[in-house]
Write a protein that binds this ligand. Structure first.
Ligand code: CA
Length: 235
């Protein structure tokens, strides 16, 4: 896993220095771009095997909003699966959610520690390495989720889910460990016209947790990303 190129798109010199030093110390090869266009150019300019394996992307950039770069990456088959970790400031809440809706994989809120950054990156790189094998039976803690047979077991015992509960779980399970935004869940499970119905999510997530968690008040599998969405734990 070492020696992998990581592209940091960020204009704040302090963050650039901190992230680059953190990555170098861990044996990664940091590349840097100060804006959207430079980031895009750097991605296109690096042939395999020097191509970046992950993008760490600031949202407030001098030539625009980082969300635009996420959209551009996801629309290009060369980069559609490239993991993107968004860095957001506290006041960027809407942009952060827009970036996740556009296909970013995860986010960190500034300020963050080196440990948080590295842990998040390791998880993303590990998942990216697994992508070609479509893990249709997923094991998450005490849960077995079989996406082909539409079966869910908890501690080896089948759990009966309603069709909506199942669709909600399957949507999270299709991207284990990733944040899935409220908008993504609502449009996938209920349809695009229902994306404002946040209470549907609260109610059905409550049902799912009651069926799948030992302690629904302190979920270990179905995790809340406050104000953003939900995440199925990935181990
Ligand atoms: Ca910035």
């Amino acid at each position: 896993m070492r020696g992998e190129a990581i592209l940091l798109v960020e204009d704040d010199p302090g963050v650039v220095q901190f992230v680059s030093a953190t990555l170098s110390a861990q044996g990664y090869r940091p590349l840097h771009a100060g804006g959207i266009e430079e980031g895009w150019a750097r991605l296109g300019a690096n042939p395999e095997p020097q191509a970046p394996r992950l993008v760490v992307l600031d949202l407030g950039l001098p030539d625009g909003d980082g969300v635009a770069l996420v959209s551009r990456l996801r629309a290009d088959p060369r980069f559609a699966a490239l993991p993107v970790l968004v860095l957001s400031a506290r006041h960027d809440e809407d942009q952060k959610i827009a970036a996740l809706d556009a296909g970013a994989d995860d986010y960190l809120t500034k300020p963050f520690s080196a440990g948080e950054l590295l842990a998040r990156m390791r998880a993303m790189l590990r998942r990216a390495a697994l992508v070609p094998a479509p893990a249709r039976v997923l094991r998450v803690g005490a849960l077995d989720i079989d996406l082909d047979r539409r079966e869910v077991k908890r501690d080896g015992q089948p759990v009966r889910l309603t069709p909506i509960e199942y669709r909600l779980l399957a949507c999270l399970a299709s991207r284990p460990g990733h944040v899935v935004t409220h908008r993504q869940l609502l449009s996938t499970v209920w349809g695009a016209e229902q994306i404002d119905q946040l209470h549907y999510l609260r109610i059905y997530m409550g049902h799912l947790r009651a069926k799948l968690e030992d302690n629904p008040a302190e979920p270990r599998h179905l995790l809340t990303e406050l104000g953003v969405g939900y995440r199925l734990a990935d181990e």
